[in-house]
Design a protein around this ligand. Structure first.
Ligand code: UD1
Ligand code: UDP
Length: 365
C-alpha cells in the first residue's frame, strides 16, 4: 500500500501531521506532496511535526487567485501521480490544495480518501470557496472520514453510501494531544516573548475570503470601540501573511495602543497564547475546533458555520461581522455568559482519529 498525502496550507499540515506519523509507524509507505499553497505558514508546521516532504511544488505567489492556483496545481500534481502510481490519495478539508489533490487523483483513477468530510453550511458562498470545495471533493472520493455525527448525517442526506462513511473524529485533537505529550508548553516564556506578561488579553484571528474588506473593518471597529472602554484589556492579533488582511488591520487599529500585532505564531506558541487568553474571536475553522478543548469562549466572526458542534456544546457563539454585534457580544462576555461558555468540552474526537484512518487503510486488500 503506497499512500500519498497531498496538502498545502497551515491547517491541513496540522491535521495531516498525526496521520503522517501514524502511517509511518505502521509501516505503510507514505509520500508527502506539499503544494506550497502556503509558504512560511506551512513550513512552521512541517518543522514542528518533523515532516519531510517528498515533493514541494512551491506554488505560492503573492496575491494568488483561485483559478490560476487551481490550474497550476492540477498540472503539477498530475505529473507526480503518473510517476508514483499511488494506491491511495488522502486529502484533508476544503482548500484549493485538497480539491486539486482529489481531482488529480480522480483523473488518474486513484481512490481518494477525504479527511474531515461532511462539513456543511448549506451556503455555497460561505465560506467561499471552501463549501464548494468540500462538496466537490466528496463527489470524487471513495471514502469519507467524517469527524462527527452531524457530518455523517450531512453526507447521508446528500445520498452517499453509508458503507463509505466512517465517523472517526477530527485529527486536530490528535495534533493537540501530541503537542501536550511531546512538547512543554511554557506559557510564561511565551508571555514574555510576546510582551504578554501580566496582561489580560483577547486573542483574535481573521483571514476568510468572504471577510476581506468591509466585514473585517466592521468587526475591528466594534472591537476597538469596546476596548477603548475597557482599559485593562489588550488585543493580540497574530496576523495572516496576506497583505490585503494586514492593510485593514493596520488601518482600523491605527493609533490604538493596547494592541499586540504579531506574525503568524508557530503552532505550539499559538496553543499557548490561546490557553492564556480571556477569550477568542475568530473566523478560523481549526480554532473553532481547538478552543472547546481548552475551554475558551469563542466568538465566531462569520454568518455561517460548518461546525455547529461547538455552538451546541456551548463554548462558541456565531456572531456575524457587524460592528454592533461585535461590540454587544464582547460586552455580554463581561457577565454570566462568560462562565457558561468556559467549559472544556470537546465534541471533535478522542485523539485517536489517525489510528482509525490508518487501520482502515491497512485493511484494504
Ligand atoms: C487558504 C485556504 C483557506 C484556509 C486558509 C488557512 C483556499 C482557497 N483557501 O486561505 O481555506 O482557511 O488557507 O490559513 O484554499 N501568504 C504568504 N505566506 C504564507 C501564506 C499566505 O505570504 O505562508 C499570502 C500570499 O500573499 C498568498 C495569500 O497570503 O497569496 C493568500 O493565501 P491563500 O492560500 O491563497 O489563501 P488563504 O486566505 O491563506
Ligand atoms: N494557528 C497557528 N498560528 C497562528 C494562527 C493559527 O498555528 O498564528 C493554527 C491554529 O491553532 C489552527 C490552525 O492554525 O490549528 C488554523 O488555521 P487557519 O485559521 O489559518 O485556517 P482554517 O482552520 O480556518 O482553515
Amino acid at each position: 500500500m503506497k499512500v500519498a498525502l497531498i496538502f498545502g496550507t497551515r491547517p491541513e499540515a496540522i491535521k495531516m501531521a498525526p496521520i503522517y506519523h501514524e502511517l509511518k509507524n505502521n509501516k505503510i509507505e507514505v509520500k508527502v506532496i506539499v503544494t506550497g499553497q502556503h509558504k512560511e505558514m506551512l513550513y512552521q508546521v512541517l518543522d514542528l511535526f518533523k515532516i519531510e516532504p517528498d515533493y514541494d511544488l512551491k506554488i505560492m505567489k503573492q496575491g494568488q487567485e483561485l483559478s490560476e492556483l487551481t490550474s497550476r496545481l492540477i498540472e503539477k500534481l498530475d505529473k507526480i501521480i503518473k510517476i508514483e502510481k499511488f494506491d491511495y490519495i488522502l486529502v484533508q478539508g476544503d482548500t484549493t490544495s485538497a480539491f486539486t489533490g482529489a481531482l488529480a487523483g480522480f483523473y488518474n483513477k486513484i481512490p481518494v480518501g477525504h479527511i474531515e468530510a461532511g462539513l456543511r453550511t448549506g451556503n455555497i458562498y460561505s465560506p467561499f470557496p471552501e463549501e464548494a470545495n468540500r462538496k466537490l471533493i466528496g463527489n470524487i472520493s471513495s471514502v469519507h472520514f467524517a469527524p462527527t455525527n452531524v457530518n455523517v448525517e450531512n453526507l447521508l442526506k446528500e445520498g452517499y453510501n453509508k458503507e463509505n462513511i466512517l465517523k472517526v473524529g477530527n485529527t486536530v485533537i490528535d495534533a493537540l494531544y501530541w503537542i501536550k505529550e511531546n512538547k512543554t508548553l511554557d506559557l510564561e516564556k511565551i508571555r514574555e516573548k510576546y510582551n504578554l506578561k501580566d496582561k489580560k488579553y483577547i486573542l483574535i484571528t481573521m483571514h476568510r475570503r468572504e471577510n476581506w474588506g468591509l466585514p473585517m473593518q466592521n468587526v475591528l471597529k466594534g472591537v476597538r470601540k469596546y476596548l477603548e472602554e475597557n482599559k485593562e484589556l489588550y488585543l493580540v492579533f497574530p496576523m495572516h501573511l496576506n497583505p490585503l488582511i494586514r492593510e485593514v488591520i493596520n488601518e482600523e487599529l491605527k493609533g490604538f495602543e493596547r494592541k499586540i500585532l504579531i506574525e503568524p505564531l508557530e503552532y505550539l506558541e499559538f496553543i499557548g497564547v490561546m490557553d492564556g487568553s480571556q477569550y477568542i474571536m475568530t473566523d478560523s475553522g481549526g480554532i473553532q475546533e481547538e478552543a472547546p478543548s481548552l475551554g475558551k469562549p469563542t466568538l465566531v466572526l462569520r454568518d455561517t458555520t460548518e461546525r455547529p458542534e461547538a455552538i451546541e456544546a456551548g463554548t462558541a457563539k456565531l456572531i456575524g461581522t457587524s460592528t454592533e454585534k461585535t461590540y454587544q457580544y464582547m460586552k455580554l462576555l463581561e457577565g454570566k455568559l462568560y462562565e457558561e461558555m468556559s467549559h472544556a468540552n470537546n465534541p471533535y474526537g478522542d485523539g485517536k482519529t489517525s489510528i482509525k484512518i490508518m487501520k482502515y487503510l491497512k485493511n484494504i486488500k
